[in-house]
Design a protein around this ligand. Structure first.
Ligand SMILES: *Cc1c(COP(=O)(O)O)cnc(C)c1O
Length: 397
């Protein structure tokens, strides 16, 4: 008869099966048991047929992966610790010394930082292309180009590119395309099947930190494909780099994912209303919101997202150049409901002033504005309260 200390570790009780509840069971594991040595030898960590080690998947991570693949219209999904880790995973999987990666000039900033840092250290070169000019991309594709990044809408400056044309140029050269789909979230358009055409990107990365989390309290990323060969390459790199995720965060995402459609539409409605209101204010030189006429790439947005008529909760404004940086800072500091902070997708509205001169690669597309840019992430507060907050801050500016 074992002592209690041993029995507590090797306890014979198993709860009855067939427990059913709204949320799936949560499994925590680094170690996974095998029934015998033969099973241990036979297990293949590369598929979802079984379990080998916590890093390579549990019922909980498989469940979230399957749901996210469905959200984006893909078939395979990998989870990584952040949206930026998803970008790194794709870069490490498909680039080697001597290769070149092309990045849009309005890309998420840390994607460019990865290229100038680690990728350059590994002997991988990068070039920026004008996201709004498919011929610029086509001209920059070379025999060394192994990966092209796409983003719609562009980070901060919000231009909406002609995604089908950009993808077509890459297809013609057999170059892998990877979309940062954080803005579209799998809801505004289908990344693997633009307008039901069957055409789309090869890989979609998503900062789950944003709308899938919806709480401003989780960091995670996903890499979705519907190409088994690309998925295998990503899975190998995932295994070799050890980009694991915490099960508590997976649980939070499983909890918030069912409401993503409702939340996304609510963020979108309020953002469009506030963007339209700001467009009519004399302090604002330009509103950058792809669903608003007059915004760069509006026609591209309408062509790809007009059916769903969805556009996330983000927009930027360029203040009239007569307002100094200090005045625009005062505007941001005077806001009460909009908090100063990075990221987006949570319930709290956020605001960030940006110096676009520092962000843009001047050699690609010239930034036409002189005034200061401020990016708004519209949360889930009452839209009239948000409008009143903007109004009082404009008055204080
Ligand atoms: C936030 C964001 C990321 C990175 O996500 P993290 O989880 O913060 O690393 C990548 N791309 C875009 C467009 C983002 O907005």
């Amino acid at each position: 008869m074992s002592k209690p200390s041993t029995t507590l570790i090797h306890h014979p009780y198993t709860p009855p099966a067939n427990f059913a509840a709204p949320q799936p069971g949560i499994y925590k594991a680094s170690t996974v048991f095998f029934a015998d040595v033969a099973a241990m030898r036979a297990r293949d960590w590369k598929t979802k047929a079984g379990y080998t080690y916590g890093l390579h998947g549990t019922p909980t991570t498989f469940t979230l992966e399957e749901r996210l693949a469905t959200l984006e219209g893909g078939t395979e999904c990998l989870l990584v610790p952040s949206g930026l880790a998803a970008i790194s995973l794709v870069s490490f999987a498909f680039l080697k010394s001597g290769d070149e990666v092309l990045i849009p000039d309005n890309a998420y900033g840390p994607n460019k930082a990865l290229a100038t840092g680690e990728l350059a250290n590994f002997g991988i070169t990068h070039r920026m292309y004008d996201a709004m000019n498919p011929s610029d991309l086509a001209a920059k594709l070379s025999d060394r180009t192994r990966l092209v990044w796409l983003e719609a809408a562009g980070s901060v400056t919000m231009e909406f590119p002609d995604l089908p044309a950009l993808v077509k140029a890459c297809r013609a050269r057999g170059v892998v395309t990877a979309l940062d789909n954080t803005w579209g979230a799998g809801l505004a358009f289908a990344p693997f099947d633009f307008n039901g055409s069957g055409q789309g990107v090869d890989i979609s990365v998503h900062a789950l930190t944003k709308y899938p989390s919806g709480g401003g309290d989780v960091l995670m990323g996903s890499v979705v494909t519907r190409d088994e060969r690309l998925h295998r390459a990503l899975k190998l790199t995932h295994m070799r780099t050890g980009f694991g995720v915490g099960v508590g965060d997976v649980e939070t995402l499983l909890r918030s994912l069912p409401s993503i459609g409702l939340r996304y539409a609510a963020h979108d409605r309020s953002a469009r209303e506030l963007a339209r209101w700001l467009a009519g204010r004399e302090e604002i030189a330009q509103v950058l919101h792809p669903a608003l006429e007059g915004s760069p790439g509006h026609a591209n947005w309408r062509a790809l997202c007009g059916g769903a008529d969805l556009a996330a909760g983000l927009f930027s404004v360029v203040f009239d150049e007569s307002f100094s940086t200090e005045q625009v800072d005062r505007f941001c500091d005077s806001l009460n409901l909009f908090r100063l902070g990075y990221s987006w997708g949570g319930p709290v509205s956020l605001v960030v002033p940006y110096d676009i001169g520092l962000m843009r690669d001047a050699s690609v597309a010239r930034w036409p504005h002189k005034g200061t840019l401020v990016r708004f992430s519209v949360g889930l507060e009452d839209v009239e309260d948000l409008r009143a907050d903007l109004q009082q801050a404009l008055a204080r500016m």
